[in-house]
Design a protein around this ligand. Structure first.
Ligand code: APR
Length: 169
């Protein structure tokens, strides 16, 4: 069965999926934006498990349980800060999607949601970031052995949603 790519506008912390992806920072101990929302909803146990992970580099991903979130797993990835990575931003952002999907496949995840990684505090222009996100996901599902059934691109604004809907047409 082909993997379905879906653009939606939603609060990712409310999604009862196998996994949601968190747009975190290298310390993995929470922050603002979607990171803050995920930690607030998941509760203290998420923070405690993150303490055992000893951080994460840009472009890499780590997995934890979801605790009080409706999602079973949280895959934490660290996106590039736009303009701060010596021109490697696009490769790092692509790697966030790829590494998150490798972890998802290792944990038999069938449905997963990504926020718009790096497009908030980290300043990545949404059009560029969305193109990288969709290209990376399409490359992964075409080239890797996996059991992924649904992959959600979750926007928090109508503008972002429209960008993803146009890319997925
Ligand atoms: N559900 C879905 N998307 C959300 C939610 C939510 N509950 N809250 C915010 N977003 C969206 C933002 O609107 C933005 O489009 O997630 C996208 C990513 O924005 P940020 O959360 O600011 O993440 P990012 O730009 O990757 O910066 C990461 O910010 O919060 C800190 O600790 C985090 O240092 C890290 C940095």
């Amino acid at each position: 069965m082909p993997t379905e790519l879906i653009a939606i506008k939603e609060d990712i912390t409310a999604m009862p999926l196998d996994a949601i992806v968190n747009s975190a920072n290298r310390r993995l101990l929470g922050g603002g934006g979607v990171d803050g929302a995920i930690h607030r909803t998941a509760g203290e146990e998420l923070y405690q498990e993150c303490l055992t992970l000893s951080g994460c580099m840009e472009g890499e991903a780590r997995i934890t349980k979801g605790y009080r979130l409706p999602a079973k797993w949280v895959i934490h990835t660290v996106g590039p800060i736009y303009g701060n990575e010596n021109g490697h931003e696009a490769d790092m952002l692509r790697s966030c999607y790829m590494m998150s999907l490798y972890l998802a496949v290792d944990h038999n995840v069938k449905n997963i949601a990504f926020p718009n990684i790096s497009t908030g505090v980290y300043g990545y222009p949404i059009e560029e970031a969305a193109q990288i996100a969709v290209d990376a996901v399409k490359e992964f599902i075409a080239e890797e052995k996996h059991q992924l059934e649904k992959i959600y691109f979750v926007s928090f604004t109508d503008e972002d949603l429209e960008i993803y809907q146009n890319l997925l047409k």
